[in-house]
Design a protein around this ligand. Structure first.
Ligand code: ADE
Length: 410
């Protein structure tokens, strides 16, 4: 039964999420979300299911929709509905229209708090139902891409509720982006293709936290890594981290596998496709499916792509064939299972505590994009260390006094 299979996966992930478990237990005792409607537009995974359980334990009414037409784990959605009282909209492979209808349906429930992975739900509320935003306690956002959208609203003076930038919490950024995507993007590429990375050249476009995670892991598996980056400092870091750095046009001729992680659009387009080798594999690990210009690729091919394996489409350019994974959708979620539960433990613990902080503030927070309070970051990191049986030192009062004049330094 799908729901039973989903529950087994949720339980497995739960076993790897000790920090979120302890917060769920605390929420059960303290009920910080009693009477609140919480709507989440997140990837429907076993890890997300455990976040939903924590919010339910805190007393919230919880509804969830998928943050991507390709990422939902349908058995998990079934289990959330039948075992945990969480209404879920969205299924794997749904069309873009169905996706948009699900987001709209959640917005119509007039949530007090929203959780987003890409800002689609809170973005829809701002665009279509601004009167509902004014009544919200706030929102949380899980991605760099989503924060770009929300900061644009803030800059335009049209942001309507406080937002916690979960993505920029220290417990999130390093672990999700560097370790989480670093490993799971490769997991998706390997599951889809079963390619040997050793001896191949992987081109990583973008050297933010995610790009450096992908580059480091690919290097560890024996690939030669080439990095393309538009920021001079990051480009320099990539070089000093041991990778070749060059413009994308030059890298296009070199790569066997390309991974876009820019957060922007059209990192790879027709000019690059024209230079690529026969058999090159293209994957995207950024949030939206716009980093590889697929319309441009279809234009060059002059015909529709052919599915040659699950999650692999072949574009025949006459002189060569190029292979796109998961239709350019975020490859770690579309072709694998997203970030491992061990890292989602921290980001979703941070999410849960950010939601509780919004509830506690009860509308008193300024309407702007807020950093996650440092205490939340510290608490999550301490709980994670404790779960790993790791103890650390504390400064003596003399050491603290010595360092205080440098407090302003990073
Ligand atoms: N984003 C990346 N990995 C994820 C996961 N495992 N669950 C939910 N959202 C994710």
């Amino acid at each position: 039964l799908p729901a039973e299979a989903g529950q087994l996966r949720i339980d497995w992930a739960d076993g790897l999420m000790p920090v979120l478990r302890s917060i769920r237990a605390r929420f059960e005792r303290e009920r910080p979300l009693d009477g609140l409607r919480v709507a989440a537009c997140l990837h429907v995974t076993a890890e997300t299911a455990n976040l939903m359980r924590a919010l339910r334990a805190g007393g919230a009414e919880v509804v969830l929709c998928s943050a991507n037409p390709f990422s939902a784990q349908d058995d998990v959605a079934a289990a959330l509905g039948s075992h945990h009282g969480v209404e879920v909209r969205g299924r794997r492979g749904e069309g873009v229209d169905e996706y948009a209808r699900n987001v709209a349906a959640l917005a119509e429930l007039a949530p007090h708090i929203t959780l987003d992975d890409g800002a689609d739900l809170v973005g829809f509320l701002h665009a279509q139902r601004p009167e509902l935003v004014g009544a919200m306690l706030g929102a949380t956002e899980e991605t760099t891409t989503g924060l770009v959208r929300l900061r644009a609203l803030e800059a335009a003076g049209t942001l309507g509720c406080p937002v916690y930038a979960v993505n920029e919490a220290r417990t999130e950024r390093v672990f999700n982006d560097y370790y989480g995507t670093g490993q799971s993007a490769l997991d998706g590429i390997l599951r889809a293709t079963n390619l040997l990375l050793a001896g191949r050249t992987m081109v990583v476009l973008g050297y933010g936290y995610t790009g450096r995670g992908v580059a480091r892991r690919a290097d560890g598996l024996g690939a030669s890594v080439v990095v393309c980056e538009i920021d001079p400092l990051r480009a320099l870091e990539a070089r000093m981290d041991g990778f070749e750095v060059m413009p994308a046009l030059a890298a296009a001729e070199r790569g066997d596998i390309f991974v876009t992680v820019t957060g922007g659009r059209d990192a790879l387009g027709p000019r690059h496709f024209e230079r690529m080798k026969d058999g090159a594999v293209l994957a995207n690990a950024g949030h939206f499916d716009v980093e590889i210009d697929l319309a441009g690729l279809r234009g060059l091919a002059g015909s529709e792509p052919v599915a040659v394996r699950p999650l692999i489409e072949q574009y025949d350019l006459g002189s060569k064939r190029l292979y796109v994974l998961a239709s350019g959708r975020v490859v770690n979620l579309a072709a694998a299972e997203g970030h491992p539960a061990d890292v989602m433990d921290m980001s979703f613990a941070t999410q849960a505590l950010a939601v509780a902080a919004l509830a506690r503030a009860d509308g008193s927070l300024a309407v702007e994009v807020h950093a996650i309070p440092a205490e939340i970051d510290r608490e999550v990191a301490q709980l994670k260390l404790a779960s790993m049986d790791i103890e650390i030192d504390a400064l003596s009062p003399e050491q603290e006094a010595y360092l205080r004049p440098f407090d302003h330094l990073p």
